[in-house]
Design a protein. Structure first.
Length: 255
């Protein structure tokens, strides 16, 4: 048997092994470290240690019934925040899994700006918990990620929101629509902008590619972080004007 044939057989043997065994081998060759603190991760799955997972500030009530922005202190009734009352809110509801703080914030920045795409599995787990908690009674037709302008997507090498949307759709066992919504105008990053500047920055930046297909559908719009909600609201605006029945937002974190 020549060397090439022997290598082919060995490769086939490795590929036929159970995935859990393959993961164990990879962990042996390339030990995982926590994306939050850098410590060794001894658990078989994920990229966060137990301490960093325990430190994640899961968003709980009270929060705005529309945008989901959490409030510190005691609020005994359902309410809409002053920010939502002052604007036209196009999405039906928005909810986030955790606060954009501490080590979760650092990990999300690495995911977004340093192409740490392997963290998508961990963040999808947070999104899945968020959707099952807050949208248990909503029947979604498809999942849509907030699109990047093609130029920015080339700069980052991938669209983190679409990656999360695709993985979440698979976990929820519903459709994923990567081309329904597209960004048609390049805009600067929302980071560092004031609320009014954020709204202006994304105005007219999105359009619906398949208007007939969108008609009457209930969509789950996914992004990594929500701050003022300007981007999500602009996306929901064009989707609603295209005839969608509902647009609900889910993000990993809330700034």
């Amino acid at each position: 048997m020549n060397g090439t044939r022997l290598l082919e057989r060995k490769a086939a043997g490795w590929l036929s092994l159970p995935r859990s065994f393959g993961s164990a081998v990879l962990d042996l060759l390339y030990p995982r470290v926590c994306a939050g603190c850098g410590a060794a991760v001894v658990e078989r799955r994920g990229h966060f240690c137990w301490d960093c997972l325990a430190a994640v500030e899961v968003i709980k009530r009270p929060f705005c019934s529309l945008c989901g922005d959490p409030v510190d202190g005691a609020v005994e009734h359902e309410y809409v925040c002053a920010f939502c009352r002052a604007r036209k809110t196009w999405f039906d509801r928005a909810r986030s899994a955790a606060r954009y703080r501490g080590r979760l914030k650092g990990a999300l920045r690495a995911f977004k700006y340093d192409a740490c795409a392997f963290l998508a599995v961990d963040f999808t787990n947070l999104l899945l918990a968020c959707v099952r908690t807050h949208y248990a009674n909503v029947r979604f037709d498809d999942v849509v990620g907030v699109p990047l302008h093609p130029r920015k997507e080339r700069e980052r090498t991938f669209n983190q929101s679409k990656l999360l949307a695709r993985m979440l759709a698979s976990r929820l066992k519903i459709g994923f629509s990567p081309r329904l919504l597209r960004r048609v105008r390049y805009a600067q990053s929302q980071t560092g902008l004031k609320t009014s500047q954020r709204r202006q920055n994304v105005r007219g930046a999105f359009e619906v590619h398949e208007t007939d297909w969108a008609m009457g559908r209930t969509l789950l719009l996914v992004d990594d972080v929500m701050t003022t909600g300007a981007t999500a609201n602009e996306c929901a605006k064009v989707l609603k004007k295209a005839g969608t029945a509902g647009v609900y937002v889910a993000t990993v974190a809330r700034g």
